[in-house]
Design a binder for this molecule. Structure first.
Ligand code: 4VN
Length: 320
């Protein structure tokens, strides 16, 4: 017995912001963004919060699985852009959908969050029967819309899976964290500023700050390494894998990683053009799209790999 993905779903806010739209706000161009990142547009929330996107996904998953909310044992939301510090976004979702028998909590592993959450869900399923794992982000809250180096990259959205204790489809996992490089990608610093704070003049960065070259280098080295390790643990050859679903950070990074692994780029699913980088939501959105249009079929071997803030990386070998 073990983790089986029963259903997939995704939801994105309706508003689409194109690269041309961004040229109204900052000195950039469609050409620059497309050639450096592969991104053509992103969905941006105008009123919806992270919990609203996640609750939509939760409801879609229950409907698709023909399951009622009271049959859920747990809800995990992976997010780096929660509604609040407390309550957890997952708790808000639990309340919104009326999952009265479920415990709920968030995890933050940035762009690796969905993979880390699947790993946790797999362990929970030794004691529980059924749960939701959702990646949900409103990154537009954390973007400095004057800063062209980061503002062009990110988008909002949510995706998730309903998992059950069934056949053991999670074959292997590989999670790693490089906290000593964490300053290369930060957002939402929470300043210490109480009645007891002396110097209140310090400048604190609320928005995304990224050492683009550093994070790019990290991704092109540590992601292939993690994938090689997870393949070895699964006892799979790279060629046996039908699809590689990687965090949609940037289209060029995916090309580089495919080359490192000597794999056809066509095996690396890509939707960064439509959604931009949605951090913890990117892999489950990609998964749901490819399951829905029947590229991904039952029994196929998949590698899912997330990487980013922390710095973190996480890969799983899974049979769909
Ligand atoms: C993982 C990665 C990135 C990321 C890093 C660099 C980058 C995305 C730098 C060079 C620039 C184009 C953009 Cl690898 C971000 C996250 C956060 O989710 C996670 N883009 N670029 C250029 O000048 O070509």
């Amino acid at each position: 017995m073990g983790l089986k993905i029963k259903q997939t779903a995704h939801y994105v806010p309706a508003k689409v912001v194109t690269n041309d739209d961004l040229t109204q706000l900052m000195d950039t161009s469609d050409d620059w963004i497309v050639s450096r990142t592969g991104i053509k547009q992103r969905h941006i929330a105008t009123t919806e919060q992270t919990s609203d996107l996640a609750a939509k996904v939760a409801k879609l998953l229950l409907t698709k699985a023909n399951c009622s909310a009271d049959q859920l044992d747990f809800i995990i939301v992976a997010t780096m852009s929660p509604d609040y510090q407390t309550p957890a976004t997952a708790a808000i979702v639990q309340g919104k959908i009326g999952a009265e028998n479920a415990f709920a909590f968030d995890i933050n592993a940035a762009c690796s969050g969905f993979i880390y959450a699947i790993s946790i869900a797999d362990k929970l399923l030794t004691h529980y029967q059924r749960g939701l794992v959702i990646g949900a982000e409103v990154l537009s809250k954390l973007v400095d819309w004057q800063e062209r180096s980061t503002a062009v990259l990110f988008g909002d959205g949510a995706g998730g899976v309903l998992v059950e204790n069934d056949s053991d489809n999670l074959v292997a996992e590989d999670l790693a964290t490089f906290g000593d490089s964490g300053s290369q990608l930060t957002a939402g610093y929470q300043a210490v500023n109480s009645a007891f704070t002396q110097d209140k003049t310090a400048i604190h960065q609320k928005y995304f700050e990224m050492d683009g070259r550093g994070v790019y280098h990290f991704a092109t080295h540590e992601v292939p390494t993690s994938i090689v390790r997870v393949l070895a643990k699964a006892n799979w050859q790279p060629d046996e894998v039908k699809w590689y679903l990687l965090h949609q950070a940037n289209g060029r990074i995916l090309t580089s990683i495919a080359r490192h692994l000597h794999q056809d780029e066509q095996k690396f699913l890509q939707n960064v053009a439509c959604f931009g980088n949605t951090s913890a939501a990117s892999i489950p959105i990609l998964l749901d799209e490819a399951v829905s249009d029947k590229r991904i079929k039952r029994g196929q071997k998949l590698i899912l790999s997330g990487f980013g803030g922390g710095l973190t990386v996480g890969s799983i070998a899974i049979i769909y």
